[in-house]
Design a protein around this ligand. Structure first.
Ligand SMILES: [Zn+2]
Length: 814
């Protein structure tokens, strides 16, 4: 896939019109990212993908077509029933047009020779699952490891790029989803271990949320239950059902407040004391999220609160307040219409989630969208009330579920727009988030310190007469409660007011905006993108000023993604397009002309396609079905009570036991590449320093392969897979795949422990790669410090490297 840079520019021009107009960016944790022009692109399915019959509306039976794996290595008929009911959960949200339909079924084996752009839901069967002659193991390629029940793999483009297959070159626009697949572990859902089996429907409801474009949320109404006071790990996470809702099937009942998009398995406690998987149904936050991504109808029951969160500072001290990106803003609702009961966390967002990194001062802005104006009165058929909300701001510092800072969930983990797993071209670094500030509760007179006092905050309520949100106590609007650019949380930046470019003060009640930038993100000028900027200005100054131009541009944005996708399959169209672009290589002026031609061309294409109707999908599929790529190892599934329908964890002892090799090593090189069927893998070469387990010589080098990576403008994201850099020192837990003769990580991020050297003492320490594994690390630490008599280490509680290696070797010999 080597294409020289000048050609790239040419294709960049061709793809220029895929630059979207900036649009209002709003709340939840949608997957997406900012492109190189700081335009937000959401990774949701475009309307035309759902409008199966092209009639402009989405009705029963339409939706994103997915292919389901059946047959000897696929889902059994009764499991397909679970898939159907999981799909129905998302399809039946009345305020959303999101829908998924089963487009067909397929079986292994599959062709490897053509690009795969077909959404699928497949079962991954390992050798361990071969319990009768009708089941065969899927051919193994790359293992995503243990403790993962299902993954949603997304292939997308981060920049305008080219894809080459069989000598043909295809341009792809930035931010395009090429493919999204759900892969489910057979072991976890069929056999399980120790009598615990994951619930297939719950797993799929969660994964389908990812499939449609929602990311993980830290919002929860859970409590961790410990069996004994000394337990390091909670036995389970549980909530009670407290929100009264009439479900689409007409049944009115209580549901939980914790979204299905919460990343760790949790349960609901039923009135009779039994517990069941909490991920089966949608909480209000899920419903608001999907309704925002795919709005059906007027969305009249939703409202949003846009404001700002900054640090506190002593006035007059000369020290400016700073924005607090990464803070968790939570709306706590009075769900039972009784002011004397405790509030329930119902909706949330991250401070700065939608603010591109170009302006530091804007990083303190937040947008909490999808709050409900009315809710149903519990137990009363059809009666509604207007709930009140208090708002809190808390740092994502792992201090607790109830403080809305779940352990292990850092701001980068949940930053779905600019975190390391987002689609952003430039992602935030850890220092771009704020985690050390005091939590506070919004109060119209003066905020109250500490999120646990949430019930004492000013209750906000939707006022239908004023068409805005007001204080339920004083009736004042947010701009009245927070005049003069004063943020809802923290202190205004009164030291250097010129830094403030734009301040939105709530919705409905009038927006105070200083007369500089409107909502359009700033486009960086000059440099390598001047070419495309010319075209942008052409679009903005010429096309946008004529009615015809507007129509064309509008049509283009509707059709272009189809075009690019269809081009993957149509060499003839591509050759013409590339030829035309090459002709005008050196003429700027001609580029303007060709821009218009391309607009017309794509508009025409759209018309042709409308006539072609549904045949496109069918045709694409005939090219060959696919094979699966992931191997799940869930040897120890079920041993832990916190086993998850999303993530399940392994203790260090279990990890050592299950891995074929455990080594401490230094990363020598990292190389990502794309296979012919558009899957990205990364080969990581390491030099082995210490062998803890396995037949690997110290000093030798070893290559292991993991799924996911970035290459030539494509990114493939697979949940829970780590990233490596040259020079990293790591302890890794490896698994050997005998058929492909490859090494891979045993359990995603859990199988990586970082080794750091103290700059001053030169002493080495270890810490978990992912903060979410801190629980296990703390347990390790207890054992290690018990065995190393009294020797205090000064490195912030990290475990000394030598001690840790000794500890691991000891675990092996057990
Ligand atoms: Zn997930």
């Amino acid at each position: 896939m080597k294409i020289n840079d000048s050609k790239k520019t040419v294709y960049g021009v061709f793809l220029l019109f895929l630059l979207m107009f900036s649009f209002q960016s709003f709340a939840f944790f949608p997957s997406g990212g900012f492109d190189e022009f700081n335009v937000l692109r959401l990774a949701r399915w475009p309307f035309y993908e759902l409008d199966t019959n092209n009639d402009g509306k989405i009705t029963v039976g339409e939706g994103v077509g997915v292919y389901i794996e059946e047959g000897k290595r696929g889902f059994k008929p009764e499991e397909i029933e679970d898939i159907i009911s999981a799909i129905e959960v998302w399809n039946s949200v009345p305020t959303s047009y999101a829908s998924v339909r089963i487009a067909g079924y397929y079986q292994d084996p599959l062709s490897l020779t053509i690009p795969d752009a077909l959404p699928t839901i497949s079962m991954y069967v390992t050798e361990a699952d071969v319990t009768d002659e009708t089941i065969e193991a899927d051919p193994e390629t790359v293992d995503v490891g243990g403790g993962i029940l299902a993954v949603t793999i997304t292939l997308f483009t981060v920049t305008d790029t080219l894809y080459e297959v069989n000598g043909q070159i295809y341009p792809l626009s930035a931010g395009m989803i090429i493919d999204r697949d759900i892969v489910v572990s057979a072991t976890a859902h069929r056999t399980g271990v120790e009598g615990i089996k994951a619930d297939l429907k719950s797993t799929l409801v969660h994964e389908l949320g990812h499939f449609l474009g929602l990311d993980h949320t830290p919002l929860n109404n859970l409590r961790a239950v410990y069996l004994t006071p000394t337990d390091e790990l909670p036995a389970y996470l549980v909530e009670n059902e407290v929100v009264w809702m009439t479900l689409p099937n007409g049944e009115a009942k209580y549901v939980g407040a914790t979204p299905t998009m919460f990343p760790i398995y949790f349960e609901v406690e039923l009135p009779n004391g039994t517990r069941e998987d909490g991920g089966k149904d949608l909480a209000p936050d899920d419903i608001s999220g999907i309704s925002w991504l795919y709005p059906r109808g007027a969305q009249e029951n939703f409202f949003d609160i846009r404001h700002e969160a900054r640090s506190r500072t002593r006035r007059g001290s000369g020290i400016p307040s700073i924005p607090l990106p990464g803070g968790h803003v939570v709306a706590w609702a009075d769900v039972d219409n009784n002011g004397y009961t405790t509030r329930v966390p119902l909706f949330s967002t991250l401070v700065g989630l939608y603010e591109p990194l170009i302006n530091k001062q804007l990083q303190g802005k937040f947008n909490l969208i999808g709050l409900w104006k009315t809710m149903e009165v519990p137990g009363k058929q059809g009666e509604i009330f207007t709930p009140t909300y208090t708002l809190t701001l808390s740092p994502m510092n792992g201090t607790g579920l109830d403080r809305q800072a779940p352990p292990g969930m850092s701001p980068s983990y949940v930053d779905s727009i600019q975190g390391p797993n987002s689609y952003s071209v430039t992602t935030r670094s850890d220092s771009d988030y704020q985690v050390s500030f005091m939590s506070e509760v919004f109060h119209e007179v003066e905020n109250i310190i500490d999120v646990s006092k949430k019930d004492a905050g000013t209750p906000l309520v939707w006022n239908f007469a004023m068409n805005t949100v007001v204080s339920a106590v004083s009736g004042r609007t947010i701009p009245q409660m927070r005049p003069y650019l004063k943020p809802m949380f923290g202190d205004p930046n009164d030291v250097c007011p010129l830094n403030i470019i734009e301040v939105n003060t709530g919705t409905g009640g009038g927006t105070t905006t200083t007369p500089t930038t409107p909502t359009t993100p700033t486009i960086p000028t000059g440099g390598s993108i001047s070419f495309t900027n010319d075209l942008r200005s052409f679009r903005d100054t010429f096309l946008m000023n004529s009615d015809l131009g507007l129509v064309l541009v509008d049509m283009y944005y509707t059709i272009a993604p189809i075009l690019a996708r269809a081009m993957l399959k149509d060499e003839f169209v591509m050759k013409i397009a590339i030829g035309v672009v090459l002709m005008i290589l050196n003429s700027k002026w001609l580029i303007y002309v060709i821009g218009v031609v391309l607009l017309l061309l794509t508009s025409f294409w759209g018309i042709v396609r409308m006539r072609a109707g549904r045949s496109r999908t069918t045709r694409l599929f005939q090219g060959g079905s696919r094979r699966l790529f992931l191997i799940f190892m869930l040897l120890n599934f079920g041993l832990l009570p916190t086993v998850s329908s999303r993530i399940a964890y392994l203790t260090t002892e279990q990890l050592v036991e299950a891995s074929d090799a455990v080594v401490s090593s230094k990363v020598v090189s990292v190389n990502s590449y794309m296979t012919k069927n558009m899957k990205i893998y990364t080969d990581v070469e390491i030099e082995v320093i210490d062998t803890i387990k396995g037949d690997i010589n110290e000093g030798s080098s070893l290559v292991f392969t993991i799924i996911g990576g970035e290459t030539n403008g494509f990114v493939m994201v697979c949940s829970e897979m780590p990233k490596f850099n040259e020079g990293d020192e790591v302890i890794v837990y490896l698994r050997y795949l005998p058929k492909s003769k490859k090494w891979t990580l045993y359990a995603g991020t859990r199988s990586v422990t970082s080794v750091n050297t103290d700059e001053t003492t030169g002493k080495k320490y270890v810490m978990p790669y992912s903060e979410i594994d801190m629980l296990y690390f703390n347990q390790d630490k207890k054992v290690v410090s018990k065995s190393s008599a009294g020797e205090e280490d000064s490195n912030e509680g990290n475990i000394p490297y030598e001690e840790y290696i000794k500890y691991l070797k000891n675990l092996k010999s057990k």
